[in-house]
Write a protein that binds this ligand. Structure first.
Ligand code: NDP
Length: 456
C-alpha cells in the first residue's frame, strides 16, 4: 500500500485546489510546499497586484471627486502603508489556505519535493510513496541575457520595494508590463514602458490594444514601441540608465516583465521518464496526464493557458477524474481574461483578426464613449466595447472591453459566450440603464469595415 493516494508538489492555486478536492472525496493526500501557501497568485501575483491596482486608481477617483463638488486638498501617498497592509492581508490568506487544506484532511509537507521514481516523492529525508503524483509547480519570471540585466527586477521583487521609485522603466508588452506600468504611473512615479514590438498586448484584439495605448498615454505613461534594450548601467549615485537604440533613459527601478517559464527543473521529471517541452513544460493530455501514467501536471508548469482560474479548473477536474469516478477533461476554449491595466481590459472569445481568419463573414459592432461618471469629471477616460459576430450563424464570437469595471462585466458575458449566444439573443436582452455594460446589448449597426488593421 502506498503512503498516499495523491502527492501534490506545489501549494499554489492548482495544487491546493486539486489537493482539497481529492481530500474532500476521502483520498489520502499530501501537498509539498517549501514557501508560503497560495503560490504566485496569492503571494507575488494576482492578489497583491490587484491591491496595488486599486491603490493606483485612487488618484483618478480623487480627480473625479472634484467634478462632483468635493474639494480635495493635496493628495499624499504612503508606499510603506500599502506594503504593510498588503502583507497583513497575504498573511491572512496564507492562514486560510492552511486551514482549508487541513479541513480537507490534506497533510502539508514542508520542503522541496523531488520525484525519485514514478511513485515516490522525496522531501528532505522523507520518502512519500504515492498512487498518483501531481506536479503543480507553476512558473517563474525570465529575463533576457543583456549586459547589466542583474540590475533589473522582476515582478516577484516589485511589491516590497523599500520606497516608491521616482522614475521606473518597465520592459515588456504583456499582462505584467502594462499592469505595472499603470500601477506605478497611478501611484505617481514617472513611468516609461519599453516594448520591442509595434503595439503592446500581442494576441489581444487590435482595437483593444490601440485604445489601451491611447488611454495609458493620456494618463502619462511614456510608451515607446519598437524599442529594444541594449544594456542597463548603474551609475555611481546608485541610479540606473537603460540604453536603447533610441537613447538612454534614467530610472530608479527597472522592471523586466518579459514572460515566465515553467518551474520544472531539478524535480527529477525527465529522469522519471516525463516528457518535457522546449520551455521545460510538462507535456500533458487533456486529462492533465503526462507521458508517465502515474504523474500528472496542472497550471503554469504545463504552459497551456497560464491563468489562476485555469490552474484551479484543471486541478479540480483531475481530482474529479481520479477520486470521484467523474472523468472531466478541461475545455480550454473561450476563457475570459482581464488585464488590470488603467483602464482595465476584459475579454472573452475571438479577436476580430482571429475571427476573420476562421469565419467567412464577420460583423463587428463597436462603441467608444465617455462613461456617464466622467461626464462631469475633469478627467476624460474613454471606454471601448466591441462584439465580433459570425454573420452566418449569428453567434457572438468575441466580446471585448476596455474601461472601468471591464473585468467584472466580461465575467458575466463569458457565460453568454460559453453558451454560444447569438447576436439576436444579445439584442433580446433588456439593458440595465444607465450602465456602460448596456452597450453590449444595444449595439445595432455593425461598423462597415474593420476600424483597425492588424498591427503586424
Ligand atoms: P507575457 O507572455 O504576457 O508577455 C511577455 C512580454 O515580454 C511580451 O510583450 C513579449 O514581447 C516581451 N518579451 C519577451 N521576451 C522579450 C525579450 N527578450 N526582450 C524584450 N521583450 C520581450 O508575459 P508576462 O511576463 O507579462 O506575464 C506572464 C503570464 O502571466 C501571462 O502570459 C499571463 O498568462 C499571466 N498573467 C496574467 C495576469 C492576469 O490574468 N491579469 C496578470 C499577470 C500575468 P512579444 O509580444 O514581442 O513576444
Amino acid at each position: 500500500m502506498p503512503d498516499f493516494d495523491f502527492v501534490v508538489i506545489g501549494g499554489g492555486s492548482g495544487g491546493v485546489a486539486s489537493a482539497r478536492r481529492a481530500g474532500g472525496y476521502g483520498a489520502k493526500v499530501a501537498i509539498v510546499e517549501d514557501d508560503r501557501l497560495g503560490g504566485t497568485c496569492v503571494n507575488r501575483g494576482c492578489i497583491p497586484k490587484k491591491l496595488y491596482s486599486y491603490a493606483a486608481h485612487f488618484r483618478d477617483e480623487v480627480a473625479d471627486a472634484a467634478g462632483y463638488g468635493f474639494s480635495v486638498g493635496e493628495v499624499g501617498f504612503d508606499w510603506a502603508t500599502l506594503v504593510a497592509n498588503k502583507e497583513t492581508e497575504l498573511t491572512r490568506l496564507n492562514g486560510i489556505y492552511q486551514r482549508l487544506l487541513e479541513g480537507s484532511g490534506v497533510e502539508i509537507v514542508r520542503g522541496r519535493g523531488h520525484i525519485a521514481d514514478p511513485r515516490t516523492v522525496v522531501v528532505g529525508g522523507r520518502r512519500l510513496s504515492a498512487k498518483h503524483i501531481l506536479v503543480a509547480t507553476g512558473g517563474r519570471p525570465q529575463k533576457p541575457a543583456i549586459p547589466g540585466i542583474e540590475h533589473a527586477l522582476v515582478s516577484d521583487q516589485i511589491f516590497d520595494l523599500p520606497r516608491l521609485p521616482g522614475r521606473i522603466v518597465v520592459v515588456g508588452g504583456g499582462y505584467i508590463a502594462v499592469e505595472f506600468a499603470g500601477i506605478f504611473n497611478g501611484l505617481g512615479a514617472t513611468t516609461t514602458l519599453l516594448y520591442r514590438g509595434a503595439m503592446v498586448l500581442r494576441g489581444f484584439d487590435d482595437d483593444v490594444r490601440r485604445h489601451l495605448t491611447e488611454e495609458m498615454t493620456r494618463k502619462g505613461v511614456d510608451i515607446r514601441t519598437n524599442t529594444q534594450v541594449r544594456a542597463i548601467r548603474r551609475e555611481g549615485d546608485g541610479s540606473l540608465v537603460v540604453e536603447t537604440g533610441g537613447g538612454a533613459i534614467a530610472a530608479g527601478v527597472v522592471l523586466y516583465a518579459t514572460g515566465r517559464i515553467p518551474n520544472t527543473s531539478g524535480l527529477g521529471l525527465a529522469e522519471a521518464g516525463v516528457r518535457l517541452g522546449d520551455k521545460g513544460q510538462v507535456m500533458v493530455d487533456h486529462w492533465s496526464r503526462s507521458s508517465v501514467a502515474t504523474i500528472f501536471a496542472v497550471g503554469d508548469c504545463t504552459d497551456r493557458v497560464n491563468l489562476t482560474p485555469v490552474a484551479i479548473h484543471e486541478g479540480r477536474a483531475l481530482a474529479e477524474t481520479l477520486f470521484n469516478d467523474n472523468p472531466r477533461p478541461v475545455d480550454h476554449r473561450d476563457i475570459p481574461t482581464a488585464v488590470f491595466s488603467q483602464p482595465p481590459i476584459g475579454t472573452v472569445g475571438l479577436t476580430e483578426a482571429a475571427a476573420r481568419a476562421t469565419h467567412a463573414v464577420v460583423d463587428v459592432y463597436q462603441a467608444t464613449f465617455t462613461p456617464l461618471k466622467q461626464s462631469i469629471s475633469p478627467r476624460k477616460e474613454r471606454t471601448l466595447m466591441k462584439l465580433v459576430v459570425d454573420r452566418r450563424s449569428d453567434r457572438v464570437l468575441g466580446c471585448h472591453m476596455v474601461g472601468a469595471d471591464a473585468a467584472e462585466i466580461i465575467q458575466g458575458f463569458g457565460v453568454a459566450i460559453k453558451c454560444r449566444a447569438t447576436k439576436a439573443q444579445f439584442d433580446a436582452t433588456m439593458a440595465i440603464h444607465p450602465t456602460a455594460a448596456e452597450e453590449f446589448v444595444t449595439m445595432r449597426e455593425p461598423v462597415k469595415a474593420p476600424l483597425a488593421k492588424a498591427a503586424e
